[in-house]
Design a protein around this ligand. Structure first.
Ligand code: NAP
Length: 289
């Protein structure tokens, strides 16, 4: 049985590693804040004292940390004593170009790399129902997909290194569009003085229906701004979307506008709130053409 490592036990990584432990895999975990590894220990996982130690012990290492530079820092430590042919699988959402350069750098050291960003949110991680976009060599992706099964709804290879992250960027662009549509529609209804609960209910069953309408709509009605997906995390992803779009000369004007509106939302104390808090920014904004 392959020795599997998991690094980054946050909102997403914690439950994902939990599914691997519950499936009986030979699992070793590491988290920067040690206390977050406790539930994994209870579920039967071993803990490493350092990234270097985890890298030396495992055949396949999964990461679910935050930004590009966090993945780069972790991989630099993990590879210090890792065995040749170790497979690194990155679930974090990072810049596609960084995934490509990590693959190139790791290849020169005889390591393997798959970018495997995830979608499905914290509920998807808890239920083991994530969709995973995989970029890398066919055999490496197949090996990763087999191990990821306990937390996968659907996992597909979408191309070579970086293709997983590019697919995730396309996902974030679409998610942003439906978020803006929902917040704009309900802020309009509120300003118009019509019943926004009834508006949401009626719209959700027709052509305006969406995942955002079903999941963020009720939060807006209850003014429940707890995350979910935080404004600062959406802004991180948009930075990568906009940088990637610039490189490939793709028009993403809706995302650029939403990035501006969410930056305002963050400045209004929304950093750590759900992205649906955009509704309040739109109420304050008023008409612009
Ligand atoms: P999170 O709860 O903030 O957890 C981040 C994890 O990364 C924590 O374990 C943190 O350690 C660790 N970390 C961050 N920087 C590190 C560094 N430099 N060195 C070592 N460890 C580091 O984030 P999350 O919501 O699980 O998201 C993880 C990734 O998945 C992100 O790239 C995010 O964009 C992506 N994602 C999130 C969602 C979502 O709904 N939350 C959905 C899809 C994709 P500490 O515990 O010490 O802080």
């Amino acid at each position: 049985m392959a020795k599997v490592g998991f690094v980054g036990l946050g909102v997403m990584g914690g439950p994902m590693a939990g599914h691997l432990a519950n499936a009986g895999l030979d699992l070793t975990v590491w988290n920067r804040t040690e206390s977050k590894a406790e539930p994994l220990k209870q579920a039967g996982a071993k803990t490493a004292r350092s990234l270097e130690e985890l890298g030396a012990e495992c055949d396949v290492v999964f990461l679910c940390v935050s930004r590009s530079e966090d993945v780069q820092d972790c991989i630099a430590q993990l590879t210090k004593r890792a065995k040749p042919n170790t497979l690194f699988v990155d679930h974090s959402t990072i810049l596609p170009d960084v995934s490509k350069s990590l693959r190139d750098e790791l290849r020169t050291k005889e390591f393997r790399f798959v970018d495997a960003p995830i979608t499905g949110g914290s509920m998807g991680a808890q239920k083991g129902q994530l969709t995973i976009f995989c970029g890398g060599e066919e055999a490496d992706v197949a090996e990763a997909i087999e191990i990821m099964k306990p937390y996968t709804k659907r996992a597909e290879r979408v191309g070579g290194a970086g293709a997983g992250q590019l697919t995730k960027m396309a996902n974030q662009i679409a998610v942003g569009g439906t978020l803006l549509a929902l917040c704009e529609s309900l802020a309009f209804a509120e300003k118009a003085g019509i019943d926004i609960a009834k508006t949401r209910d009626l719209l959700a069953g027709g052509a305006a229906g969406s995942w955002s309408m079903d999941n963020y709509g009720p939060k807006i009605l209850n003014r429940d701004w707890s995350p979910g997906f935080k404004v600062k995390d959406q802004l991180k992803d948009f930075k990568y979307c906009i940088e990637s779009a610039r490189q490939i000369d793709a028009a993403i004007p809706g995302t650029v506008l939403l990035d501006e509106l969410l930056t305002k939302t963050a400045e209004n104390g929304g950093q750590d709130k759900t992205t649906a808090f955009l509704f309040e920014t739109l109420l304050e904004e008023g008409f612009r053409d």
